[in-house]
Ligand binder design. Structure first.
Ligand code: PLP
Length: 299
């Protein structure tokens, strides 16, 4: 009786829901399934983070609406973590926004900058939300193939001029899901130079920066000084601290890009539960040996 909007009708089946269905079918047939679907660490959240969350839950001041940009204390903790990890200083007031997990922000971000008919450059294969957010914003996805021949990095020189002239956002994601490819700071510098030349926003999904092995340590795109002019980077506490269910992350970067995302969030959500943000502060500022342990187990 009720017809879904054209927007919903255009959606491909959500990959991870589809994988869950196939998994359930295989299990029902008695198969022993190794789940290579959604990246949900099968370890509990470290105890000191859970304890901080419990204490925060008891505080009446946390029972009210949070602000959609996030608690200043969480944004300061994120900025401090960023300084320690990447050596980059951020202004927590203008260059950091708290997220209800990075997925919502990846989906919402194009609403702030993409008009109908604009092109969004999306790697393939990739996390499906880059395309879905584009679709919701009325944009057109132009896919950039990631192949073994190009080291699973998009070949920016192969994008036709007609597409580039309409392109607003370039999505990248390193360490990459699903290819596991990694990049250097020099490659990020090339991407930033390309974006500045073509008036593009670089949206870097950095959900996996803390899961690294064999002596390689992933850089942030913001380690490239000029990135601050064109880039926003999406970080997640989900994988790093085994907090997928808590729904917390943060975005950092160019103040106008952060402001655009925050404006969308002001209008569609009421922020991340403060008790969760306090647990997030414990995660970012507390002992980091749990992260080392996660790397050891998952590596
Ligand atoms: C590449 C990538 N980006 C972002 C996310 C979203 O993570 P979250 O919303 O939990 O921060 C995921 C989750 O699987 C992912 O694989």
């Amino acid at each position: 009786m009720f017809e879904f909007s054209h927007r919903l009708q255009k959606l491909p089946p959500y990959l991870f829901v589809e994988l869950d269905r196939l998994k359930a079918e295989a299990k029902a047939r008695g198969m022993d399934v190794i789940d290579l679907g959604v990246g949900d660490p099968d370890l509990p959240t470290p105890a000191h983070i859970v304890e901080a969350g419990k204490r925060a839950l008891e505080k009446p001041e946390n029972h009210h609406y949070p602000s959609s940009v996030g608690m200043m204390a969480f944004r300061e903790a994120a900025a401090e973590w960023f300084r320690r990890r990447f050596g980059v200083e951020l202004d927590p007031a203008t260059e950091v926004v708290t997220l209800i997990g990075s997925k919502e922000a990846i989906a919402h971000f194009p609403l702030a900058f993409v008009n109908p008919g604009d092109v969004v450059l999306v790697p393939t294969p990739a996390y499906p939300v880059y395309h879905i957010g584009t679709l919701f914003a009325g944009g057109e996805t132009y896919y950039l193939p990631l192949t073994a021949e190009n080291d699973f990095k998009p070949d920016l020189s192969a994008i036709p001029e007609e597409i580039l002239s309409r392109a607003k956002i370039l999505w990248i994601n390193y360490p990459n899901n699903p290819t596991t490819a990694v990049v250097t700071k020099e490659w990020f510098a090339e991407v930033v130079a390309f974006a500045r030349d073509h008036g593009l926003i670089v949206a870097h999904d950095a959900a996996y920066t803390e899961l690294y092995f064999d002596g390689y340590v992933p850089p942030s795109i913001l380690e490239v000084p000029e990135a601050r002019e064109v880039a926003i980077e999406f970080h997640s506490l989900s994988k790093t601290y085994c907090m997928t269910g808590w729904r917390i992350g943060f975005a950092v970067g160019n103040p106008e890009l952060v402001k655009g995302l925050t404006t969308v969030k002001n209008n569609v959500d009421s922020g991340c539960f403060q008790a969760v943000q306090e647990a997030g502060i414990a995660a970012l500022t507390g002992p980091q040996d749990c992260v080392e342990e996660h790397r050891r187990i998952f590596g």
